[in-house]
Write a new protein. Structure first.
Length: 253
């Protein structure tokens, strides 16, 4: 069986809903034990943990604001207590809201950068302490991350954070390669989640976006989840420092 993660131990940040939930469930279906991080919605986290357990693998939830070092340290201590080690880290936690660049307050800029980018830096620092040779780190970015000719407008703080994730990953591939740890990026296109509900609620905007996607559909969390399973597997051993765009062909247009 290829892409077999049986016995592997994973942590997914922001794993209680949306893309994070899709990733957590996909890893579990491949056999991984999954710790589900959440920020504030315990009930949603419990629901994901329950779904995972029905698949026959262990799971538990961990509350943490991953933009805060003290929370991150506590989270990884809990992971170590439950799992002893960590094989897979998926840095998925993130936020976005649309606002004209000139109207973004400094506090809003900091919140997006801290949640989307700083959190990945903090989690990786702690993860490598309990990650054996052959570990996998998967960072979630976006096609709105610079360098590919895609700009959305009114998400400058979000795009800056996602571009930073790619830069961070490329640099860490060098350092972590020496430790036998692979680190890669998944950059989703538009995925149908609570986060994109407002964007897709306008029919004109929705049709305009669909026209730019050769597959003529928006992505689903499972599309990102299955990509994460591949990157976490032994079959992806020679892939590190790379970005995989999961966008239905958007960037071919």
């Amino acid at each position: 069986m290829i892409f077999n993660l049986s016995g592997k131990k994973a942590l997914v940040t922001g794993g209680s809903q949306g893309i994070g939930r899709g990733i957590a469930l996909s890893l579990a279906k491949a056999g991984a034990l999954v710790a589900v991080n959440y920020h504030s919605n315990l009930e949603k986290a419990k629901a994901v943990v329950s779904e995972i357990k029905t698949l026959g693998v262990d799971s538990f939830s961990i509350q943490a604001d991953v933009s805060k070092r003290e929370d991150v340290i506590k989270m990884f201590n809990e992971v170590k207590n439950n799992f002893e080690q960590l094989n897979i880290l998926v840095n998925n936690a993130g936020i976005v809201f649309m606002k004209s660049f000139t109207n973004i307050a400094e506090e809003e800029w900091d919140k997006v950068i801290d949640t989307n980018l700083k959190s990945q830096f903090l989690c990786i620092q702690e993860a490598v302490k309990i990650m054996p040779n052959g570990g996998r780190i998967i960072n979630i970015a976006s096609i709105a991350s610079g360098g590919v000719g895609v700009g959305f407008g009114k998400v400058a703080h979000y795009a800056a954070s996602k571009g930073g994730i790619i830069g961070l990953t490329e640099d860490l591939a060098i350092e972590l390669g020496e430790k036998g740890i692979n680190i890669n990026v998944i950059a989703p296109g538009i995925i149908e989640t609570d986060m994109t509900t407002m964007l897709l609620s306008d029919e004109k905007t929705k049709n305009s976006l669909l026209a730019r996607i050769p597959k003529r559909r928006f992505g689903k969390p499972d599309d990102i989840g299955t990509t994460a399973v591949f990157l976490a597997s032994d079959e992806a051993d020679y892939i590190t420092g790379s970005v995989i765009y999961v966008d239905g062909g958007w960037l071919t247009q």
